[in-house]
Each structure stands twice: as structure tokens, then as C-alpha cells.
Design a protein around this ligand. Structure first.
Ligand code: PEP
Ligand code: MG
Length: 752
């Protein structure tokens, strides 16, 4: 940029900054700002459009257009040239605006006499805040230098907006981050919670977007980048050469590439020369990269963008002196809001610390979801919109995990409706607590055993409070997922032993390691499989890498230390796999005996039934298995060929679909033929209607989240399962797709 333009730009930024120091109200400051920009850029018109809500832009100040149009002229995102600049996050520069694509005539503004138009999006880290527009009477396109200067100004306006510089009296200038907002996402874990936002990685606040001394500022940036390079090199040194560290090393290599990038540094130095502070320059380039790469459909480019984002945040932390300390203490009733989070990081927060979790990304089967479920903390995944940039630490937030809805800064009506819902749930819980000591026995005398699913020791106390009769599924993945290396046998034995202690003699079914598919160990070489859910997972890994499985089996035997031991193998698809896995356990028992360890008093060896194939296994399989547990989550996904992780298909097929229920009844029949105890431990067992239907199909044991035990028991005690079976059979014979409608109608009749 020519030196003269540079000093003009610096001059403008300085004057903008001075307005911050003045004691002016929001609107007056905005009016002053458009005046300054128009005179400095020598354009007849300068206007600022800000978002009124996520979809609507409003003219908030203008120099040159009809002042009456201020706060009157509005357009939708994508509408007109202003809406287009905002939607695409790109500059719109037109010499002959009325004839440009998408132009929309706004008669109230009197803009018809200004044919040239340049609209520059005001964004901050991908967060759309508004559009800065200049127009002039002369029909010409704005030069590259002029556009660049406007981008720099827009950056400063973004920071000023963020700092609340334009907040004042009146609705139109309400500060960002004060409006109530609603986000819809997927249900990761049911339940409701009210509390305050606790950001996992709070945004770095830049309070000095403009700097007077470009030389000193460039020096500051260079020093910070030097520090950054050293820290990336240190991180790289600390990562071993082991193939299992490959992924982490790749990310760090990408960090190093950016940190040493001349063009990245050059662009930031140009921004500083134009008058921005080092921090604002980093953010400007971060925003520009987001605009360039954010929409890319190329997964590799998107990942690199994430790397650049992470690196820019580190650089900002160095520049602002915020270091790694996020500075935010835990608010009361903290609800964690994160873009995404790993299980280890989540466990670091600790169970009692969080009332709810909201993730912008994540998925129902992600590791974080497993932890949240284990903690019984409401979790929303894929919260639409950009909640991490909308929410501020401490904001009031309500999480409806049943509906997958998040209310950020809710207004009074939402608050009272939500609190009513919480109160109703609390009442229902009280009612369920009253059933704790009573059996889940139907009106016609069928007793159903209700067990709980768990994955952490911390969950065991819920057995007492929920009235569960034992642990029907103890998932052993978490202890493996939340570490950087394979846990030691002694560590595992100590954990399993504490689980058995906490169960106080009640049966605990330990499921051996079920990894692969969506559950990837950070320290295990990742195979890029075309179809991971159908790939190398669970028992397939166990049988191929017997070392880890045998170590886990030894840990379980030692943990039992004379007590009964129940072990179950996941994802068995054919008899041979079960036979082989079972033999490993028998061999380990023999080995432990020879080593002189105390053996379990009794050993039960069972298997999950998660693939349709094993339901058709030979009779000998059912005879050999001491028990079978139907893993409905996986079974259903394979039965219907519908990925349980894919939001587009996962709800497409009802669990009460006639084919699925018929299949369940068939499994129960096969198990009955050999007197093999059978239970159901997928998520559906915790849904009262589904659980009741399973019981009607003959299942006498269900395992579910502790919070579901009460509601399931409540319904089972109210119905006649023989009658329920008749309703289901009638519905099946009537040709309907799902029995749900008939069952619901029958239940409504029963309730009267
Ligand atoms: C299942 O598939 O139903 C099951 C209980 O296993 P997971 O959800 O851990 O895959
Ligand atoms: Mg499963």
C-alpha cells in the first residue's frame, strides 16, 4: 500500500480510536464514525448496517443517505448488495450498483444518485456483525488500496462492536451478546439444566484494536511469533517418534508451517502498517482465512483452518499476556459450552462441576457424549449456529436435553416455562424415588429385572438411589479413552475392584474393551477405514491384538479376588469369535491359578448380541453363552442399515417397528430354547414405552441409565404385559409399520 494511503488510514484509525475515549452514547458515536470514514475516504456516503437478529440487517448510521432511513431500512441476510456481502462474508465492489446482481432498490434511503457501491463485511472470527458501506456519485469501482483500507476499518469496527462501543439507548443498538437466542441441536443426553455459561476456550478479548506506533507494534508481533515458534518446537520435541503419535505430530508440523510462513507474517505486518494493533492484525488474518476456507468442502483444508485458528489463538494469548489461563473462574451452576471436547479434557472438569454441556460439534456417540452420559449430565451436540461465539462466560443459559434445545440469555417467559418443566421433572423423580424398594412387576405378575449401565466408578452410587438391581453393562472404554497411553494392568485392576466394592455384592457385567468405529484411542494407530462402524472394532481388535485383551482379562480376574466375576464380549458376529474370546478368558484364569492368585468364586461368560448374524448362530452358541445381552444401539443400526451417528438417518426407523420387534421376540425365543438368560442394554431399554414393549415381547431383564430406572418401573407396574402383547400382536397383524400408535392408544385407554 502506498505510504500516503497508509498514513491516511492510520490517521483515520487514530480518530476512530479517539471516539472510543469520548463520553458519547452509542448512536452519537456511530454517527460520528460514519462521518469520519466518509470524509477520510472521500466518499459521499458511508453507512453502517448491523445485525438486528441473526437474519436481519438494519441501517444503524449513515452519512449521506436520508437520515430518516436510519433504523427503518432493513434487509434479510442475502438480500440486496448489503445482504450479499454479509451472507458471503466477501467484499461487494460495484461501479454500477443498480445493474449489479441482486441489487435491491431502497427508495427511503435516497441512494439512487450514488451508483458506485463498496460493501465490506464487519466480521470477527467468522462471527457476522454487520456491513460497512461506502457509495459515491461517480460511477467507479473502488481501488484495491481503498478496499483494503475499508477492510482494516471494518476490523476496527468489529472490535469496537465487540467492546460494546455502539451500545446505547434503544432496542436497535442493544449490545451483541445480550439478545436471547435459541439453538437447536441433537440430544446427547436427556435431562434439563439451568445455569451459567462456562466457555471451554473463551475468546481472547482485544481491547486495543488500533495502535499508533507501527514500528513498536511490528516488533511486538515478531517477538510473539518467535515465542510461538519456540513453543511449537518444544511441543514437537515432546511428541515421540512412535507411530501412534503420528496424528499429533502432523498437527504440530502444520502449526510449524504456519508459524514460519512469510506470507502470513507479511500480511499481518501490512495490517499493522495500516494502523491496526498486533492483536487486531492477527484477528484480521484469522477472519480472512475463515472467510476463504471456512466454506470449503475439502476436509483437509478445513482441518488446516482449524490448525490456523488454534495457532492464532495461541498467538493472541501470547500478545495479550493471557497465556493458557483462560481467566474465567467457574460460574455457579456451570454449563460448559465448547466447540468440541475430548473425553480427557472433559473428565478434567470433574463430574460435580458441570450441570450441563453444549457442544457446537460432537456427536451422539462421541467420547464426550459417553462421559456426559456416564455423568448423567444433559448434553446437546451439534448445537446449531455459533454458540461458542454468541455465548459469554457467565451468561444465563437453559439446556433442554430432552428436546435438544438451548436457550441462551432466555427472556422471562422462557425462564418461567422452563422452570415449570424442571419442577415437574423433580416431582416425577420424587414419585419414582417412592418406587425404589418396589419390584418392577406388571399387573399380571411378570417381574422384570432393571439394571443400570455405567462406565465410571462415580456412577455406582446411582445404583442405590435409582433402585437398580445391578450393573447390566459396565463399559470399560472410558479408562482407555481418557489417557495418552494404554493403562497398566494394576491400574485397571484397582479400578475394577473399586467398582465391585461399590456394587456391594450385586452383579456387575464387565464388557471388555469396545473400541474402534467412533471410539478411537488417541494412542492407537488409526486406520482410515472406509466404513468404521463395519470395520475393525471391539472383539475384532481384541482377537487380533490379544495382548491388550488378555491384560484386561487378567485385571478383571485380579479385581474379583475371590468374588464372582461376570465378563461379556462386545460385537461378536459369529460363534467362533465367542469361542476364541471365551477361551482366552479360561486360559487367563488358568494362568492366574498357576501364578497363585486368588480365583473368582464363580465366572460367568456372556456376549453382546449386536449383529443380526449372531441371532442366527447355531444352538451350540446359545448353549455355550452363560448369558446374552442385546446391544440395541448397534443391533438396530445393522438391522435397518442406518448409521446411529448420522443425524439424517438415525431417527428414520422406529424401534417399535414391527420387523424389529419380531426380531427381538425371535431372539428371546432362541434364548429360551437353551435357557440362556437374555437382557437388553441399548439406550432404548431406558425409554419407558420401548422398555414396556420389550418386556411384552418376553425380555425379563433390561439395563439402562440409572435415571431411567424409575420411569420404566413406573410404567411396567401400571400395565398388564399379557394385554400389551395382544395389542402388539394385533398391530403386527394389521400391517402397520410401527406398533407405536396402537400401543400409545391402548396406554391412554389404560390410564383412564
Ligand atoms: C449397544 O450397541 O447397544 C451397546 C450397548 O453398546 P455401545 O452403545 O457401547 O456401542
Ligand atoms: Mg454396541
Amino acid at each position: 500500500m502506498a505510504e500516503q494511503t497508509e498514513s491516511k488510514s492510520r490517521n483515520l484509525l487514530r480518530r476512530l480510536k479517539d471516539t472510543l475515549a469520548e463520553d458519547t452514547a452509542g448512536q452519537a458515536r456511530l454517527d460520528q464514525v460514519v462521518g469520519l470514514i466518509a470524509s477520510s475516504m472521500q466518499t459521499e456516503v458511508c453507512s453502517i448496517y448491523l445485525f438486528r437478529d441473526a437474519e436481519t440487517l438494519e441501517l444503524c448510521a449513515t452519512e449521506g443517505l436520508n437520515p430518516e432511513a436510519v433504523h427503518q431500512t432493513r434487509m434479510k441476510l442475502g438480500e440486496g448488495l448489503v445482504g450479499r456481502a454479509a451472507r458471503d462474508g466477501r467484499v461487494v465492489n460495484e461501479a454500477d450498483a443498480p445493474n449489479a446482481r441482486g441489487f435491491r432498490y431502497m427508495p427511503e434511503t435516497g441512494e439512487e444518485v450514488f451508483p458506485s457501491f463498496c460493501g465490506v463485511p464487519i466480521t470477527r472470527l467468522g462471527d457476522k456483525l454487520g456491513v460497512l458501506v461506502v457509495q459515491s456519485r461517480e460511477a467507479r469501482a473502488f481501488s484495491e488500496d481503498e478496499v483494503y483500507a475499508l477492510e482494516v476499518v471494518a476490523m476496527v469496527l468489529a472490535e469496537m462492536t465487540e467492546l460494546g462501543a455502539f451500545v446505547g439507548e434503544g432496542e436497535a443498538l442493544r449490545a451483541r451478546h445480550t439478545n436471547p437466542m435459541l439453538f437447536r441441536g441433537g440430544v446427547g443426553q436427556e435431562g434439563v439444566a439451568e445455569g451459567h455459561v462456562w466457555l471451554h476456550e473463551p475468546r481472547v478479548v482485544v481491547t486495543n484494536p488500533v495502535a499508533d506506533d507501527p514500528v513498536a507494534e511490528t516488533e511486538r508481533l515478531r517477538n510473539a511469533i518467535d515465542q510461538l515458534r519456540v513453543s511449537v518446537d518444544d511441543m514437537l520435541k515432546s511428541v515421540g517418534q512412535d507411530p501412534i503419535d503420528k496424528e499429533q505430530r502432523e498437527v504440530l508440523e502444520a502449526f510449524r508451517m504456519f508459524a514460519n510462513s512469510r506470507s502470513w507474517l507479511k500480511r499481518m505486518e501490512e495490517d499493522i502498517a495500516a494502523g491496526l494493533s498486533a492483536e487486531a492484525a492477527v484477528e484480521k488474518e484469522q477472519s480472512a482465512a475463515r472467510a476463504r476456507l471456512g466454506e470449503s468442502s475439502d476436509a483437509y483444508l478445513r482441518e488446516r483452518l482449524q490448525d490456523l485458528d488454534d495457532l492464532s489463538n495461541r498467538l493472541l494469548r501470547i500478545l495479550t499476556g493471557q497465556g493458557n489461563d483462560t481467566g474465567a473462574g467457574r460460574p455457579e451452576n456451570a454449563i460448559l459450552v465448547a466447540r468440541n471436547i475430548g473425553p480427557g479434557e472433559l473428565l478434567d472438569y470433574g463430574r460435580g462441576e458441570l450441570k450441563g454441556i453444549v457442544l457446537e460439534q460432537g456427536s451422539v456417540g462421541s467420547h464426550a457424549a459417553i462421559v456426559a452420559r456416564a455423568w448423567a449430565v444433559p448434553l446437546i451436540v451439534h448445537a446449531g449456529g455459533q454458540i461458542t461465539s454468541e455465548a459469554l462466560n457467565g451468561d444465563h443459559i437453559m439446556v433442554d436435553g430432552d428436546q435438544g434445545i438451548v436457550h441462551l440469555r432466555p427472556d422471562e417467559t422462557v425462564v418461567s416455562a422452563f422452570r415449570d418443566k424442571i419442577a415437574m421433572q423433580a416431582k416425577a423423580q420424587e414419585r419414582y424415588a417412592g418406587l425404589r424398594e418396589l419390584p418392577a412387576e406388571s399387573k399380571d405378575g411378570c417381574k422384570i429385572e432393571l439394571h443400570m449401565n455405567a462406565g465410571l466408578i462415580a456412577e455406582l452410587p446411582s445404583m442405590e438411589s435409582s433402585g437398580a438391581e445391578g450393573v447390566g453393562l459396565f463399559r470399560t472404554e472410558l479408562q482407555f479413552l481418557a489417557r495418552n497411553s494404554v493403562p497398566k494392568r494394576s491400574e485397571l485392576a484397582a479400578i475394577y475392584s473399586r467398582v465391585l466394592d461399590a456394587a456391594g455384592g450385586r452383579r456387575v457385567v464387565f464388557r471388555t474393551l469396545d473400541i474402534g468405529s467412533d471410539k478411537v484411542l488417541p494412542y492407537m494407530k488409526r486406520e482410515d477405514e472406509p466404513n468404521p462402524a463395519l470395520g475393525w472394532r471391539a472383539i475384532r481388535v481384541g482377537l487380533d491384538k490379544v495382548g491388550v485383551m488378555r491384560m484386561q482379562l487378567q485385571a478383571l480376574i485380579r479385581a474379583a479376588n475371590g468374588r464372582p466375576l461376570t465378563v461379556m464380549f462386545p460385537f461378536v458376529a459369529q460363534f467362533e469369535e465367542f469361542k476364541a474370546a471365551r477361551q482366552h478368558l479360561l486360559d487367563e484364569i488358568e494362568r492366574e491359578r498357576k501364578l497363585g492368585h486368588v480365583l473368582p468364586e464363580k465366572v460367568e461368560i456372556g456376549t453382546m448380541l449386536e449383529t443380526p448374524s449372531i441371532a442366527f448362530a447355531p444352538r451350540q452358541f446359545f448353549e455355550m453363552a452363560d448369558f446374552i445381552s442385546i446391544g440395541g444401539n448397534d443391533l438396530k443400526q445393522f438391522f435397518f442399515a442406518a448409521d446411529r451417528e448420522n443425524e439424517r438417518v438415525r431417527r428414520r426407523y422406529d424401534t417399535l417397528n414391527v420387523s424389529f420387534l419380531t426380531f427381538i421376540a425371535q431372539i428371546v425365543r432362541r434364548c429360551d430354547e437353551t435357557n440362556t438368560p437374555v437382557s437388553f442394554c441399548g439406550e432404548d431399554a431406558g425409554r419407558p414405552i420401548e422398555a414396556m414393549c420389550f418386556a411384552a415381547m418376553g425380555l425379563r431383564s433390561l439395563s439402562m441409565r440409572p435415571a431411567s430406572v424409575g420411569p420404566v418401573k413406573h410404567l411396567i407396574r401400571r400395565v398388564d404385559l399379557g394385554e400389551a402383547r395382544k395389542v402388539i400382536d394385533r398391530a403386527c397383524n394389521s400391517g402397520v409399520q410401527s406398533v407405536r400408535g396402537d400401543v400409545m392408544e391402548w396406554l391412554r385407554g389404560e390410564a383412564q
